[in-house]
Write a protein that binds this ligand. Structure first.
Ligand code: TYM
Length: 334
């Protein structure tokens, strides 16, 4: 029996952070044996917010190398840069004619991002979920490993696929989200009711995968908690959102259950707990950083990987795009 297909993407808008890692990237790595995995550094998505060209170029390479350093094995997994494959933009246009204005207007991420970027509410920011649907549907993905914030976009991808399949005939596989049970939404360290985000202006809010050990521990030491002194998980209690976040992070990084973590820190103070979480995160990052340094220094190797992945992705996505064009009624030639 053939393996199920996995697709997911990450924007190269800044160095990937702990939320990206625990919410999505850890699963990307773990899924490689059981599934046929396809992952993309989605630079076309990144330009919905204004990017500085040199920085975008550097961050795309950095993100690609970080994914390899995390353990994405390019011998068995397809890891490509989205703009190297023009089919994504082509299918996105096509699917935009099968997506309703009202559906896009309901996307909470659009509402959040347009509120934060009032000076640049461009059409791409609005149609972004269609490009995401195209990414997934081009590869006939069964499962999409993402953090909880992407759930609404995935529901839309399914709705678009169903609509197209019903209008013509079975064309797209319907994708399912694959969201971790813990740490699906890692929160900001400085405002723990908000999600940890790459675009946060406060550098203390998020922990980057390339932050030094000292920086990681310092950020955790300063993490906002509350005025109690009990290290217990209290789901849904906004007052405890800081401690809930730290416990979720510690549990995900150490592989221990939340109740074991509570037991481990029973009777201890917040100060000791925060240092322990920081150390556990820094320990998890250390081998990734060593491998990253090795990879990023080998420009020719990275570019070679990108090129062969781009070619392979074009072959797979080309099959879907041809099928779509034929069904719509576009003239084909041999
Ligand atoms: P992006 O680049 O914002 O984030 C990459 C992945 O990290 C997850 N994530 C989080 N998980 C837990 N806690 C957090 N604080 C946190 N922040 C981010 C995201 O859910 C995501 O899985 N639109 C996508 C990229 C994309 C995509 C796709 C994903 C484009 N095409 C196709 C899946 C399939 C995004 O902006 O992710």
């Amino acid at each position: 029996m053939s393996k199920k297909i996995i697709f997911s993407g990450i924007q190269p808008t800044n160095t990937p952070h702990l939320g990206n890692y625990l919410g999505a990237l850890k699963n990307w790595v773990n899924m490689q044996d059981e599934y046929d995995c396809i992952y993309s550094v989605v630079d076309l998505h990144a330009i919905t917010l204004r990017q500085e060209p040199a920085k975008l170029r550097a961050q795309t390479k950095e993100t690609y190398a970080i994914l390899m350093a995390l353990g994405i094995d390019v011998e068995k997994t397809l890891l490509f840069v989205q703009s190297h494959n023009q089919h994504h933009a082509e299918l996105a246009w096509t699917l935009s004619c099968y997506t309703q204005f009202g559906e896009l207007s309901r996307m909470t991420q659009f509402k959040d991002k347009s509120a934060k970027n009032e000076e640049n509410i461009n059409a791409g920011l609005f149609t972004y979920p269609i490009l995401q649907a195209a990414d997934i549907l081009l590869y006939q993905a069964d499962l999409v490993p993402v953090g909880a914030d992407q759930k609404q976009h995935l529901e839309l991808s399914r709705d678009i696929a169903v609509r197209f399949n019903n209008a013509y005939s079975e064309t797209f596989t319907l994708p399912e989200p694959y969201i971790p049970t813990s740490a699906a939404k890692v929160k900001s360290l400085t405002e723990p009711t908000k999600k940890m985000s790459k675009s946060d202006e406060n550098p203390g809010a998020s922990v980057g995968l390339l932050d030094s050990r000292d920086e990681v521990i310092r950020k955790f030491k300063r993490a906002v908690t509350d005025s109690d002194a009990e290290i217990v998980f209290d789901e849904g209690n906004v007052e405890k959102s800081g401690i809930n976040n730290l416990l979720s992070i510690y549990s995900a990084v150490s592989g221990k259950s939340i109740s074991d973590c509570e037991g481990e820190f029973a009777g201890k103070g917040y100060g000791d707990f925060k240092i322990a979480v920081g150390e556990a995160v820094a320990d998890a990052f250390a081998p990734i950083q060593t491998e990253y340094e090795r990879l990023i220094a080998d420009k020719a190797y990275l570019e070679g990987c990108m090129k062969s992945a781009a070619e392979k992705s074009l072959r797979i996505s080309g099959k879907t795009l041809r099928k779509v064009y034929k069904k719509i009624g576009f003239v084909q030639y041999q």
